[in-house]
Structure formats: structure tokens, C-alpha cells
Design a protein around this ligand. Structure first.
Ligand SMILES: Nc1nc2c(ncn2[C@@H]2O[C@H](COP(=O)(O)OP(=O)(O)OP(=O)(O)O)[C@@H](O)[C@H]2O)c(=O)[nH]1
Ligand SMILES: [Mg+2]
Length: 364
């Protein structure tokens, strides 16, 4: 609604009265403009193959993005490198358009040699930064398509006792480039106690290894109590333990997204079964904008500063190469030279005076 962002007692009619200049409508103008323009968000999923990345993305956005996916046979899987697939979907909700891009990285950790398996992923992120940097420095800055990755969901297997070396290396290779949100995959494999233990362990290890995952911003002190409580719960719940499913099952007389086992049903959207709802709320409802801001202000700024630094040092190097004789700066004259200059000046003055005198005598 139009008055959504107006200060409470400030109705539009009041704005046109004399006591208001009218800038209270600014948030409103911004709101209208951004709704018209639409929003975009790019989410990346990464982690070992078979961890349920594609399934979770489907569960998150309720669209079957992977209908035509073909499974690779064993032979193809052995030397397989990470293959990056980009899907874009346009979602509309109450007139608000969101262009959602999912960057899937299937097959990570699938090959026999997993050395530098994150390289194609870091390259992909850098390429998007590079493209944006080029567009921004070009002529047509109005219609830049922003493909920078705003968030990377990193799937940690539920089977181990914490982070594996590959998880540490992977996250470290990415943490300066993208907002990493670590997840415990396939949380239905674990009991609530096991989940708690694994979460504690992962949090400790993230600290110990100096991995910089996405930090939720501090909650403003003027937020209401309910919001503060939700924010606290969200922070305590990381890394989110998630379950994905592409099937709808019948549970408690309702059709829900879940997984049917011989011993029962696990529901994706049941908060006592996993943190899926918390993750979705965080990504879509509460922190999408902050994730974009951090991408722009921190990760992209780092990339940009590095680029400019490299460019200037290259330019300086090229200049030096072009002129083989170094151009020395003009030296300031030393004391002796100054004395000599002074003497010569005085001599010149004397000569001028004597010339003047002789001219005067001759003319008279
Ligand atoms: N138990 C359990 N199984 C899951 C879950 N999510 C997905 N699966 C199953 O795990 C298998 C692999 O799921 P995908 O979503 O294809 O996994 P992926 O991570 O995208 O795999 P790659 O594309 O090879 O990297 C499928 O059989 C899914 O049904 C989950 O939360 N719990
Ligand atoms: Mg997949």
C-alpha cells in the first residue's frame, strides 16, 4: 500500500499542507520505484555431490528447476570437474517481482582427485565481479545486469564429526569473495542431540580455522521485542540443519512437503524437524537485502580495490619500460651553485649600470 512507509501520523493529505515540505514521501518514492524495477538475487549452492543441494533449492522456491537433469554414468564421473549450471526463474508475489538466479555446482567432490575442487567456483564468482567491473567502467551503466553471487549455501555432510579438511579449504577459498552460509545437509540422518553436538563442533571449528562465514547484522535497539527474539533464535541456530524433499506427502491430514520413511514422515517445513523454515525466512524475508549489501560493499569493493591496484602498478611498470633513461626529478641547487648564481647576477647588474652611464655621457 502507498502509505506503508509513511510516518505513522503523516497522511498524504497532511503532506500537502503548509507545515510539511513533503520529503516524508521519499521512502515511498523509493519503494514505488524499486517495486517497478523488480528485485534480483543470486544464490549459489555448493558442497559434495549427493548432499541434496538441488533438492533443497527446489524445496525453497517451489519450482522444479531440475526436470531435465541427466545423471552421469560412473565412467563420466571419475575425472569430472565441477560443472556450473545457472538457472533463472522469475517469481512474482503480490505484484513484487523477483528474478532469482540459482547457481548450482553439481558433482563437487565427485572426482578421484579433489585438489582445488573449489577453483571453478571461485573463478565463477570472480568472473561475475569482473563483468560487473567492466560494465561499471563502460559507457552504458544504466542497464547493467548484476550477476554477482550474493550468497553461497555450503552443504556440510551430516555423517562426520565436524568439518573435513576439504570443507575448511573450500570455505577459506571462498570467504573473501562471497557470503557463505554453512548448512548441515540431510539433517533427517541425525537425532536432535546429534544435531546440537555437530552444530557446536562446526561453530567451534569455524572460529578455530578463521573461516569468515556470513555474519548476521546486529539487531537495531529500536526493533520490537518479537523481532529481537527471532533474530536471537536465528543466530543461535546456525549452521542451519536442513532437509529437502521434492515430494508432497500426507501428514496429520494435510499435504506437506516431506520424506516418507517406513517408520514415519519427516516434514521439511516443520520447525521441530529441521531449520528449513528459518533458513527460508532468513534468505527471503529478513536478510536478502543485507546479503546484497555485504556483497556490494565488502566483497565487490575488495575485488574492485584489488583490480585498481593491479591496474595502477601495471601502468607504472609499463611507463618505466617505455623510457629507458629514467627521468630524474629536478634537483634543488646546492649552496655553492646558489653563490655562483648570485655573483653572476651582481656582475650583470654592474655591467648594466656602467652601460647606462656611458650612454648618458654620450647623449649629453
Ligand atoms: N535423507 C535425505 N535425502 C535427501 C535429502 N535431500 C535430498 N536427498 C536425496 O539425496 C539424493 C541426492 O540429491 P540431490 O539434490 O540430487 O543432490 P545434489 O547435492 O544436488 O547432488 P549433485 O547434483 O550430484 O551435486 C536424492 O536421492 C535426494 O532425494 C535430505 O534432506 N535427506
Ligand atoms: Mg545437484
Amino acid at each position: 500500500p502507498f502509505d506503508l512507509f509513511l510516518p505513522r501520523k503523516c497522511l498524504l493529505s497532511q503532506l500537502f499542507e503548509k507545515q510539511y515540505v513533503g520529503f516524508a514521501t521519499l521512502p515511498n518514492q523509493v519503494h514505488r520505484k524499486s517495486v517497478k524495477k523488480g528485485f534480483d538475487f543470486t544464490l549459489m549452492v555448493a558442497g559434495e555431490s549427493g548432499m541434496g543441494k538441488s533438492t533443497l533449492v527446489n524445496s525453497l522456491f517451489l519450482t522444479d528447476l531440475y526436470k531435465d537433469r541427466k545423471l552421469l554414468n560412473a565412467e563420466e564421473r571419475i575425472n569430472q570437474t565441477v560443472e556450473i549450471i545457472k538457472h533463472t526463474v522469475d517469481i512474482e508475489e503480490k505484484g513484487v517481482k523477483l528474478k532469482l538466479t540459482i547457481v548450482d555446482t553439481p558433482g563437487f567432490g565427485d572426482a578421484v582427485n579433489n585438489n582445488e575442487c573449489w577453483k571453478p567456483i571461485t573463478d565463477y564468482i570472480d568472473q561475475q565481479f569482473e563483468q560487473y567491473f567492466r560494465d561499471e567502467s563502460g559507457l552504458n551503466r544504466k542497464n547493467i545486469q548484476d550477476n554477482r553471487v550474493h550468497c553461497c549455501l555450503y552443504f556440510i555432510p551430516p555423517f562426520g564429526h565436524g568439518l573435513r579438511p576439504v570443507d575448511v579449504e573450500f570455505m577459506k577459498a571462498l570467504h573473501e569473495k562471497v557470503n557463505i552460509i554453512p548448512l548441515i545437509a540431510k539433517a533427517d540422518c541425525l537425532t536432535p542431540n546429534e544435531i546440537k553436538k555437530l552444530k557446536d563442533r562446526i561453530r567451534e571449528e569455524i572460529d578455530k580455522f578463521g573461516i569468515k562465514v556470513y555474519q548476521f547484522p546486529e539487531c537495531d535497539s529500536d526493533e520490537d521485542e518479537e523481532f529481537k527474539q527471532l533474530d536471537k533464535e536465528l543466530k543461535e541456530c546456525t549452521p542451519f540443519a536442513v532437509i529437502g524433499s521434492n515430494t508432497v506427502v500426507e501428514a496429520r491430514g494435510q499435504r506437506v512437503r516431506g520424506r516418507l520413511y517406513p517408520w514415519g514422515i519427516v516434514e521439511v517445513e516443520n520447525q521441530s524437524h529441521c531449520d528449513f523454515v528459518k533458513l527460508r525466512n532468513m534468505l527471503i524475508r529478513s536478510h536478502m537485502h543485507d546479503l546484497k549489501d555485504v556483497t556490494c560493499d565488502v566483497h565487490y569493493e575488495n575485488y574492485r580495490a584489488q583490480c585498481i591496484q593491479e591496474m595502477t602498478s601495471k601502468l607504472a611498470q609499463d611507463n618505466r619500460m617505455e623510457s629507458p633513461i629514467p627521468i630524474l626529478p629536478l634537483s634543488t641547487p646546492d649552496v655553492d651553485t646558489e653563490k655562483l648564481i648570485k655573483m653572476k647576477d651582481e656582475e650583470l647588474e654592474k655591467m648594466k649600470i656602467s652601460i647606462n652611464i656611458s650612454i648618458n655621457i654620450n647623449s649629453s
